[in-house]
Design a protein around this ligand. Sequence first.
Ligand SMILES: [Zn+2]
Length: 223
Amino acid sequence: MIPVSNIRYIDFHTHRAVSGDDVITIMNLMAGEEVPSVFPGNTLYSAGIHPWQLTAENLARLKTELLLTAAHPHVVLIGEAGFDRLRGASSEIQYQAFIYQAEIATEMEKPMVIHCVRGWEELRRAYRQMKPERPWVIHGFRGKGKLAASLADDGFWFSLGMEGITDEILGAVSNDRILLETDTSDRPVAEVYHCFAEVAGCDDDEAVSIIKGNFNNLFNYSV
Ligand SMILES: [Zn+2]
């Protein structure tokens, strides 16, 4: 699904339905939420079982609901899905739910967007188990450079918000594995791009072209 217009920015992960003619927005849906029947042409979706909504009791229902949403042609990513040691279901249930979603992603040939809070061991275990062909993009990453470097070595991509754009992280991850996002913030995505350009030492236009190139590589698009 290729949105057509003069695209400058890609907001890789957001929970707010904001759009503009020059922005592609990937809006996150939690399992059970449906793709709206009417939405702007530049809006794409991710759909996944978030560890926060997951319980031992609702797992089966959420799986079925996700399957219905994930098949929509504007759902281009599976997730956010992942591991949270501070919130949500037990780690065993989180692991089951995650592997189920990784299988859907494989079957539908979609990349994943990952939520991970202190669950790096589980995430790496799942990665080794699934050996995904399409990238898994860790969103909202704000950890240490050393962790970023080792995750990048494993093959992970990163979607960074303002807090994740640091010398340490940009120094550890190659530019061709990076996407940018607003997540729950009210700031326009252009500000995130500007921040990335400053820390990466390039101008805004170069930042636009780097991120657009990565987005196109990820999905085989040409926007
Ligand atoms: Zn999010």
